[in-house]
Design a protein around this ligand. Sequence first.
Ligand SMILES: *[C@@H]1O[C@H](CO)[C@@H](O)[C@H](O)[C@H]1NC(C)=O
Ligand SMILES: *[C@@H]1O[C@H](CO)[C@@H](O)[C@H](O)[C@H]1NC(C)=O
Ligand SMILES: *[C@@H]1O[C@H](CO)[C@@H](O)[C@H](O)[C@H]1NC(C)=O
Ligand SMILES: *[C@@H]1O[C@H](CO)[C@@H](O)[C@H](O)[C@H]1NC(C)=O
Ligand SMILES: *[C@@H]1O[C@H](CO)[C@@H](O)[C@H](O)[C@H]1NC(C)=O
Ligand SMILES: *[C@@H]1O[C@H](CO)[C@@H](O)[C@H](O)[C@H]1NC(C)=O
Length: 449
Amino acid sequence: MFRCRKRNWAIIIIPFLIILCVRMYYWTERLPLPVPLELPFDPCKGKIANDTITALKYSKTFIVSAYHDDREQNVTRMVAIVNYKKVEDLYCWFCCSLSGRVSVIRAAITIHQDRVASHFGPAEIMCLEPQLCYPKYVSVHSSPKGEAKELPSFEIQNFWPKFSFFSAEFTLCLSVMFGNYSNVLQFIQNVEMYKILGAQKVVVYLHNCSQMMEQVLDFYVAEGTVEVIPWPIDLYINFSYFWYSHKDWLYGKTVVLNDCIYHNMYRSKYVVLNDIDEIILPVQHLRWQTMINSLEQQNPESGIFLFENSFFPQNVFSALDSDFNVSLWKTVPGTNILQHIYKEPNRVWINSPRRMIVNPRKVVQTSSNFILRGYSRTMDVSRDIGILYNCREHRDEEIPDKYLIRDTAIQRFSKPLVKSVNEVLAKLFPRKMPDSNKYFDRFTNILNY
Ligand SMILES: *[C@@H]1O[C@H](CO)[C@@H](O)[C@H](O)[C@H]1NC(C)=O
Ligand SMILES: *[C@@H]1O[C@H](CO)[C@@H](O)[C@H](O)[C@H]1NC(C)=O
Ligand SMILES: *[C@@H]1O[C@H](CO)[C@@H](O)[C@H](O)[C@H]1NC(C)=O
Ligand SMILES: *[C@@H]1O[C@H](CO)[C@@H](O)[C@H](O)[C@H]1NC(C)=O
Ligand SMILES: *[C@@H]1O[C@H](CO)[C@@H](O)[C@H](O)[C@H]1NC(C)=O
Ligand SMILES: *[C@@H]1O[C@H](CO)[C@@H](O)[C@H](O)[C@H]1NC(C)=O
């Protein structure tokens, strides 16, 4: 049924889209499927792939992860990276847990439209699951023949939506952390802001970062806020040939965002997609939850909310309110977002980037600025309700300082932010602290015990 070559896509896709439109309308959240019998043995013992990125032996294809998706049909969908110039036929080798047999199905490969300079880019490898198979593992091969034992197997996640309740209300999916990332203060401030706004989880795909940043990540992992997923993409793809001003795209930004959406589909009620130096900032509300509730009340069909970029250059400073004691902040490198309250005017002639808060169960495929395919209406949120606070370096060709506009939306959160950042710094770097303070001693004790 799902056999198709690239040229025949239109034939497949048109009825598919019609079905999709109908299904979109009736889409409701599903109850968990009944769990099938466990067999006492696993008949298809391939090597289980446990690296974040796995190169397929005979092709220029890299598999990140495999997810079951029954929103349209019962399919296994793999988040992958392919070489656009060398796409070849692929087959899914399903390991059926009921029959103990291997079932081979031809894959449909969708290449994302939003690729950049590199030959490599995000793709989706999708196979219809055989009926009465209940596969737990799948392998991918360029041929329908061969020995299954030799192929790496991928665990199919999301098979039984394990979570009948969400373990997080809001989960952040950040773009790849790379290039010896060392903006420690801004990272801590942003994570604390995400928590203040209502996030329980922040997912970081880590390429590399400074030593101090590593310490900060370890701290947040222990706290249970951050989940670090190693992302050693340069071991697999050599992009030293290419130059692109937005390096994060080369590091596989859209690949990780798609993986993160599926990874959190049944864990998190909402997923927030933005870059490391950005915050989706409510302007009227104090928390994302109340902002989203009010947006949903006005637009019951929406599950995808887009926020427009406001760019606050890092080289324009303003004084910090002297009521706040931020002497500790000088001990860590990085930008202090509370000092950057001048933004560029909106440039209507430029399609400014947007970031999103989405219901992940309404998303099929995402880019970083918009949803490529999904099941719900997209809402452009007005700047009176929420903005994307984007605090990064100023480039020369950008708007001169005299045109900048004061916007103190971030400073509404100064008080809780200063308090929680100070608490984190006190726990993280107790040595750097002046010793006489009882409050800090308490944390030092916790840290040392
Ligand atoms: C990952 O796979 C390798 C080889 O199959 C195995 O030796 C190793 O223990 C696995 N690691 C984890 C964490 O499962
Ligand atoms: C998926 O498979 C299950 C079990 O075979 C079946 O009950 C369900 O209707 C299927 N879902 C779709 C969307 O085809
Ligand atoms: C981080 O990655 C960049 C680019 O691959 C490399 O130049 C740099 O040395 C790496 N830094 C660390 C600390 O590994
Ligand atoms: C990474 O950044 C840290 C802090 O900025 C610096 O000390 C270190 O030398 C850098 N390492 C590399 C490999 O660039
Ligand atoms: C990547 O390509 C550059 C330029 O050709 C080459 O010097 C380098 O050795 C390559 N690196 C890897 C890891 O293949
Ligand atoms: C600010 O906090 C530091 C560290 O706790 C303390 O040493 C300093 O005296 C405080 N400064 C003011 C003005 O309260």
